[in-house]
Ligand binder design. Sequence first.
Ligand code: IPE
Ligand code: IPE
Ligand code: MG
Length: 239
Amino acid sequence: MKFDIDLDNVPVHVGIIMDGNGRFATAKGLARSEGHKAGAETLRRIAIDAADIGIKYLTVYAFSTENWKRPKDEVSGIMKLLYKYLKDWDKYIGGRHVRIRVIGDISDFDPVLKKMIEFVENSTKKETELTLNIALGYGGRNEIISAAKKMAEDYKSDKLKLDEVNEDVFSKYLYTSDIPDPDLIIRPGGEVRISNFLVWQSAYSEFYFTDTLWPDFTKENLLEAVAYYQSKHRRFGGL
Ligand code: IPE
Ligand code: IPE
Ligand code: MG
């Protein structure tokens, strides 16, 4: 291995913005849907690698609120792929004990897909090796607005007082209420932005950007990102 990492200082929570599927396919003269297929396969591999390294939480950005604006057939292709992978998840994950959770607003998803999501979340809820959070219909700003609305409701019904509101309390209203903030966020695909991913939670995350397209992303890339995190990791605010 080119990148030696310290297994005692592995980031607990890693986020990945899985970008570059379309360009991967286009460069090979293939349809964008082939890029999404290849990207789904990369997620399968990397989830296993993350579990092997000792990462406890992996949150992957799979479909954003903005992605609804893509052509209808691309959106439905992504949805079909999601269904297929969720249905056969235990076959793909090579016996790893992975808990799967979905974060985001899936209210506009097809009812059959929603049922499958619920089924997989339920049937994996006792697994503790790795928690894989799949961000679907996810947008950080949307998440913050829905947290604010829920808080307003609790305030109205006297469950919450104004002077009780602080950062910890606010965090409890987010999709990630029981998940630690991400230590490291990785974005393959060459773009250097967060595209509305974990906007609140990433306040102190380390960011690792690479030109490698998501379908080409390997364990070596993951180790390089973790090594980067380990070279940077320090306490903020204090000395
Ligand atoms: C990311 O790859 C996957 C989704 C957003 C669903 P893209 O489809 O954005 O790929 P590029 O950025 O066009 O290459
Ligand atoms: C971010 O990628 C969203 C996901 C990976 C699901 P996009 O390709 O949609 O983001 P932009 O358009 O580059 O900001
Ligand atoms: Mg993209």
